[in-house]
Design a protein around this ligand. Structure first.
Ligand code: FES
Length: 247
């Protein structure tokens, strides 16, 4: 199959970027989207042109590194699918595919399709851990956890930190990411001890990083490849407000 990739090129954070079109032939509809970009880059190498910088690690929908906007949607046309899990059969032969990096003030472009998402790491540093002395690995059923609670924690823990929520939100809010990381620990007995401090520290860091405020449009939930629910945001906001009121 043949497509034209229209890709955002930007040499560094300060440079002015622009779209550049790359017609490319010889693609298979069974190629993943990233394999098609690899193919394009191999062609550019042969032409002595600079390759397109894009990020990935696992290529299995786990690590959250590969996010880009494809034809105006985070991670492309399908729900609950990361960019690396997308295949070329999702596009028409002969079509033009527009690829651009996440757009958010808190995610400055590093190069081409790569943005700096370290703001999310700094939010995690503030409370994405437990400090309870757990010793060696406990027997699996030593702490009995209600299934509903375990499911809720696991659903929140599914967040891969890709940043699609931030890039999709009109306010560039990181509330979905932050609340998922808070709730996956706060829901479980091991995370309860630091629950209040965790929500304050992580939410305050979210504000310091320059992410926008959440106005509950729900766009983040629609575009999240893991289907993280915005009920996490409601819980984070309620606990944060309560903690602030109680001092
Ligand atoms: S490369 Fe890891 S989620 Fe896509």
């Amino acid at each position: 199959m043949q497509v034209t990739f229209k890709i955002w090129r930007q040499s560094n954070a300060e440079a002015k970027g622009s779209f550049k079109s790359y017609p490319i032939d010889g693609l298979s509809k069974d190629m993943s989207f990233l394999e098609a970009l690899d193919h394009l880059n191999e062609t550019l190498v042969l032409q002595d042109e600079e390759v397109i910088a894009f990020e990935y690690d696992c290529r299995e929908g786990i690590c959250g590194q590969c996010g880009v906007f494809i034809n105006g949607r985070a991670h492309g046309p399908h729900d609950n699918t990361t960019t690396c899990q997308l295949h070329m059969r999702s596009f028409e032969d002969g079509s033009t595919i527009v690829v651009e990096p996440w757009r958010a003030a808190a995610f400055p472009v590093v190069k081409d399709l790569i943005v700096d998402r370290s703001g999310l790491d700094r939010i995690i540093e503030q409370g994405g851990f437990i400090s309870a002395k757990t010793g060696t690995a406990p027997e699996a059923n030593a702490i009995l956890i209600n299934k509903e609670v375990a499911d809720k924690a696991m659903d929140a823990a599914a967040c891969i930190g890709c940043g699609a929520c931030v890039a999709t939100c009109k306010n560039a809010s990181a509330a979905l990411f932050t609340s998922a990381k808070i709730n996956h620990l706060n829901s479980l007995p091991q995370g309860k001890q630091e629950a209040v401090r965790r929500v304050l520290d992580m939410a305050n860091q979210m504000d310091r990083e320059g992410f926008g405020s959440c106005t509950f449009t729900g766009a983040c939930q629609v575009e999240c490849p893991e289907g993280i629910s915005i009920t996490n945001i409601a819980e984070m906001n309620a606990l944060r407000l309560k903690a602030q009121l109680l001092g």
